[in-house]
Design a protein around this ligand. Structure first.
Ligand code: HEM
Length: 138
């Protein structure tokens, strides 16, 4: 798959930089949760979140920094994490997985990222999203 991209985004911190670093990733996650809360298509997954959505925003933004090859900001503040384990108590089937991915894709599309980085990012996120679905409490 990676040979289709002109820059090898998986290498070093290239993905973190392409996403605009800490500020760009935080902006993406702000928009992601704003969209999730405002659009009834995503109400099932929005309603699964704790009331303190600011903490969910902080956690996902920090996680994505490290996941994209940047600083491990989630671990710095919250400690070790396993993405399947933190979702295991939730009921996430294909509908919920696709709500998450659609909300994320639309939020990514709103950003000023390179077009090929947008394609790369949503393709990469679909991998852990499917793992979350397959390991969740269904
Ligand atoms: C497959 C669809 C997904 C759904 C429906 C979903 C939903 C949720 C919900 C409801 C929470 C809050 C859980 C709680 O506090 O009780 C959460 C937390 C979180 N999610 Fe997801 N998620 C999905 C996929 C992903 C993916 C693919 C990633 C990472 C690439 C991710 C990263 C996180 C992180 C970092 C947290 C915070 C965990 C913590 O420290 O408590 N999620 N997610």
């Amino acid at each position: 798959m990676s040979e289709n991209y002109s820059i090898s985004y998986g290498t070093g911190d290239t993905s973190f930089q392409a996403a605009g670093g800490v500020t760009g990733i935080r902006q993406l996650v702000d928009k992601f949760y704003e969209r999730m809360g405002a659009d009834p298509r995503f109400s099932t997954i929005y309603n699964m979140h704790p009331d303190d959505i600011a903490t969910s925003i902080d956690k996902l933004a920090r996680f994505l920094c490290g996941w994209l090859g940047g600083p491990k900001r989630y671990q710095e503040k919250y400690g070790p994490i396993s993405i399947p384990n933190v979702h295991q108590h939730l009921t996430i089937g294909t509908d919920e997985r696709d709500q998450w991915l659609t909300c994320m894709k639309e939020s990514i599309d709103e950003q000023t990222y390179e077009a090929n980085f947008k394609d790369y990012l949503i393709a990469q996120l679909s991998i852990p999203a499917e793992v979350v679905r397959s390991r969740s409490n269904q």
